[in-house]
Design a protein around this ligand. Structure first.
Ligand SMILES: Nc1ncnc2c1ncn2[C@@H]1O[C@H](COP(=O)(O)OP(=O)(O)O)[C@@H](O)[C@H]1O
Ligand SMILES: [Mg+2]
Length: 229
């Protein structure tokens, strides 16, 4: 069964009297365990797709199904619960909390969710920090970490709740190419090992080459959708 499905999704922005299509009748399905890149030049609609997929934004028309559930008509409260329970986010600018250590940043979503003891939290946080290779630096604040290390912390934060879907909007855009490659290798490894579905956007050829499936956008439409052997 597909994990998520876009069915003729359009997203129109109204600015004054002007109507512009950020997405125009976009359709695709993504299965559990895929490693997919949404690619295309700036302005082609990548962020809009990820925001709708992550239940941060709603389509103007069309249907979006996640886990077989129609998301299109849900209230903002139920969307918040879906985000909390099913989706991890990784951002271009890492978005870590500056005054918290790496450990505390990763622990934060577990504290927000509640219902889990301090010991269990620590075990989960250390486990996932170990997976991303940052356990030894768990006491450092973001300002004491390189960009690549900060992105590793944010990957751990996205994964600590065990989401089925991780969304990353241009996760390597603020990294040099060597750290960018490290981050993609790590994402691929976690995808293989944990079976988590990754959907990441990029406009960078090198990053596209990592994808097992490449959905290319042009002016808000799917230009091509190719799987790699
Ligand atoms: N809040 C907004 N208001 C008006 N237009 C927007 C808004 N957000 C995005 N757009 C437009 O939608 C199109 C797609 O944007 P976006 O999804 O951010 O593209 P990408 O992430 O590929 O650069 C662009 O033409 C952009 O200008
Ligand atoms: Mg964008």
């Amino acid at each position: 069964m597909s994990l998520l499905q876009f069915e003729n999704i359009s997203r129109i922005y109204h600015t004054g009297a002007l109507e512009s299509y950020a997405l125009r009748s976009v359709s695709f399905e993504i299965d559990k365990g895929e490693f997919v890149s949404i690619a295309g030049p700036s302005g082609s609609g990548k962020t809009t797709i990820l925001n709708i997929t992550g239940c941060l934004d709603k389509a103007t028309s069309g249907n979006y199904f996640l886990d077989g559930e129609d998301i299109s008509e849900k209230s903002s409260n139920s969307l918040a619960l879906i985000r909390r329970d099913k989706i991890g986010f990784i951002f271009q600018t890492f978005n870590l909390i500056p005054i918290l250590t790496a450990f505390e940043n990763v622990e934060f979503p577990l504290i927000l969710n509640g219902g889990i003891s301090q010991g269990e939290r620590a075990r989960k946080v250390e486990n996932i920090l170990d997976e991303v290779g940052l356990l030894e630096l768990k006491g450092r604040k973001p300002s004491e970490l390189s960009g690549g290390q900060q992105q590793r912390v944010s990957i751990a934060r996205a994964l600590v709740k065990g989401p089925e879907l991780v969304l990353a909007d241009e996760p390597t855009a603020n990294l040099d190419s060597a750290s960018g490659k490290d981050i993609l290798d790590l994402m691929l490894e976690l995808n293989n090992k944990l079976g988590v579905t990754f959907v990441f956007s990029t406009h960078d050829r090198m990053v596209m080459d990592y994808a097992r499936r490449l959905i290319m956008l042009k002016d808000g439409e799917v230009e091509s959708d190719k799987k790699r052997g």
